[in-house]
Ligand binder design. Structure first.
Ligand code: PLP
Length: 237
């Protein structure tokens, strides 16, 4: 199916986003290559994945395994798939071995389930540990007080590899208000990077969404998760 209109629109959006990413990198003295876009596709169907791939975006982020499945059936081999949503322990079998990365490792019971499933499949799963930096009640993620214990308790899980940390900043009208959250996650990454555990090699920072990705880049984000600014249909469409 021709999707010329959709692809032109997407290209136009991406051009603007690229300008903003490059400006943020420049302000922070970072190279553009350090920042990867994960296109968050929970708002759109499988056709949109084809559009994203056609404009050169191949990191795809999905929140729910059942929504991702039909998309993966069509485009699974062409993209790198990131599981970014809250992961229930009973859904682990639908995620491990299918997604390249899990961004939402946030509790011991989940780590145990992922490790067990990965062991059965004979694979190692790259994970981001999600930290609830801001301590908001409604957010998932480890509370700061529990972070070090979590790493100690999971350090013998050979089928998990912690590649980085992830957070979601509280919604703020002014993105500047999120800066402290992103900065704190970076400080956690630097600390966690010093831990002597074989299954931890935490270099990446998954942080920044449509409303706050520039601040996140300035604070060190290596994966920004962009949904609405990139792919959400306009209200009037
Ligand atoms: C929806 C979602 C995003 C993208 O949000 P936008 O504000 O639409 O860019 C990023 N990360 C997670 C975990 C999400 O659920």
């Amino acid at each position: 199916m021709e999707r010329t209109v959709e692809r032109d629109k997407l290209r136009a959006r991406l051009t603007k986003i690229e300008e903003r990413i490059e400006a943020a990198c420049k302000r922070a003295g970072r190279s553009r290559e350090e920042v990867k876009i994960v296109a968050v596709t929970k708002y759109v169907d499988a056709d949109a994945i084809g559009d994203l791939l056609s404009v050169g975006i191949d990191h795809i982020g999905e929140n729910r395994a059942q929504d991702a499945l039909p998309k993966m059936e069509r485009y699974g081999a062409e993209g790198t798939w990131h599981f970014i949503g809250h992961l229930q322990t009973n859904k682990v079998k639908d995620v491990v071995g299918k997604f390249a990365y899990i961004h939402s490792l946030d509790r011991l019971s989940l780590a145990e389930a992922i490790n067990k499933r990965a062991e059965a499949l004979g694979i190692i799963v790259p994970c981001f540990v999600q930290i609830n930096v801001s301590g908001e009640e409604t957010k998932f993620g480890l509370r700061p007080n529990d972070v070090l214990a979590f790493f100690a308790e999971t350090s013998n899980m050979k089928h998990i590899k912690v590649v980085g940390l992830m957070t979601m900043a509280p919604h703020a009208e002014n993105p500047e208000e999120t800066r402290a959250v992103f900065r704190e996650l970076r400080q956690w990454r630097d600390r966690v990077g010093q831990l002597p555990y074989d299954n931890v090699d935490a270099r990446e920072l998954s942080m920044g969404m449509s409303g706050d990705f520039e601040v996140a880049i300035e604070e060190g984000a290596t994966y920004i998760r962009l949904g609405s600014v990139l792919v959400k249909p306009e209200e009037h469409e």
